[in-house]
Every structure is written in structure tokens, then in C-alpha cells.
Design a protein around this ligand. Structure first.
Ligand code: SAM
Length: 186
């Protein structure tokens, strides 16, 4: 499967800037940092929140085990439809809000997930919804699982702390704009 960057992706990001929070897809360097903590040999279920044009999805599909399921929750109908055209049997795409993780895992008969990878623009999302999303990530992650999230500011750093045993912070200049990467350990 190949997910290529197209100018229409940037157009779609800009058109929906209030829910995407960016004008360009994440760089390879940022994606490497985001996915760095995942042990792909062991993971059998990964949830991706806010896949957008699928640049992180593509990197995940290149790395995950043949028996691993990748469940994507994307609010934007056009991005979800575009991602759904990729016929990888490990990929499940839902046009849904990130706060509905549990309902979707119930549909798939999955009790807990190994990791959650998120590109959600948390600083643009209502505080109550952010609280619901973080609580849902926390309750659906297995012990020792990671919540991996990038952001362009430290605005939501303190929101993570109450939910996780440890929150590690990294930073990369090699993205447009530069980004912080949170590794939250359950
Ligand atoms: C910054 S874009 C990320 C695109 C891509 N993953 C990347 O890293 O370049 C954020 C994505 O989150 C989606 N999004 C925003 N709020 C959401 C929510 N509550 N639930 C699910 N997806 C959401 C947006 O539609 C957008 O596609």
C-alpha cells in the first residue's frame, strides 16, 4: 500500500484548519520520533487518532506485524473516505470522533489496545472533549502501553500527567512547524 502526499491533502488541511490545526502533513523525522517507542514485534492492536491524509498510517502499516490490527478514528469525512480506499486487511478506518474509542473497540471485540498514536490538534479541541479522549485512551490501553502524541506547543502537557504513570517529552525542529512529542506510559 502506498499513501502519497498530494497537494490536495494540504488543500484539505488548510480548508479544515480549525479541526486539522496544520497546513502540511507531518515530516518523516517527526513520524520516526512519534513511533520510536513502539515495539512492533509485540503489538497486536494499535489505535490511531486523527490520521488525516494517512502519512502516519502509512508509516505504521509499513512497521506493524501481519497479525496486528490498526484502528483509525478520523473526524473528517473526506480523509476517512480517502483512507478507506486502501485495501490492507489490517486497517480499519472509522469516520468518528476520537472520544468513541470504546464503542469502536466493542464492535471489533477488542478489550485493550497496545498503543494509541495521535495527531489530534488537542489545543483546538474543547477541554471537555480532550478530557474524554484522554480518559478513554487511559481506560483502553493495556498496562505498559504508550499514548504517543505530538503538538506544536506545550499547551496540553499538564492534561496528560494525571492519566499516565510517566510522561516523557521530546522536541524536533525538523518539522513544519517544529513539534513536541509526548510519550505517555500507562
Ligand atoms: C494535524 S492533522 C494530522 C494529519 C496527519 N496524521 C499528520 O500527522 O500529518 C489532525 C487530524 O485530526 C483530525 N481530528 C481533529 N479532531 C478530531 C477528533 N475529535 N476525532 C478524530 N479526528 C480528529 C482532523 O480531521 C485531522 O485530519
Amino acid at each position: 500500500m502506498t499513501i502519497r502526499f498530494k497537494f490536495s491533502d494540504s488543500f484539505n488541511l488548510i480548508k479544515n484548519i480549525r479541526t486539522t490545526g496544520t497546513i502540511t502533513p507531518s515530516s518523516k523525522v517527526l513520524i520516526e520520533q512519534l513511533l520510536g517507542p513502539i515495539d512492533f514485534a509485540l503489538a497486536r492492536c494499535i489505535v490511531e487518532l486523527g490520521p488525516g491524509n494517512g502519512c502516519v498510517t502509512h508509516a505504521l502499516l509499513k512497521r506493524i506485524h501481519p497479525d496486528c490490527v490498526l484502528v483509525c478514528l478520523e473526524l473528517n469525512n473526506e480523509f476517512a473516505t480517502q483512507l478507506n480506499t486502501h485495501r490492507d486487511p489490517r486497517l480499519r478506518v472509522y469516520n468518528a470522533c476520537a472520544s468513541s474509542i470504546r464503542e469502536i473497540l466493542d464492535e471489533l471485540d477488542i478489550a485493550k489496545v497496545d498503543h494509541v498514536v495521535s495527531s489530534l490538534p488537542l489545543s483546538l479541541i474543547d477541554d471537555n472533549v480532550v478530557g474524554n479522549i484522554l480518559a478513554s485512551v487511559d481506560s483502553n490501553l493495556r498496562e505498559g502501553g504508550r499514548f504517543l502524541q505530538y503538538q506544536y506547543s506545550l499547551a496540553n502537557y499538564s492534561d496528560m500527567k494525571p492519566f499516565f504513570r510517566d510522561v516523557k517529552l521530546r522536541f524536533t525542529l525538523r518539522n513544519m512547524p517544529p513539534a513536541f512529542v509526548y510519550e505517555c506510559i500507562k
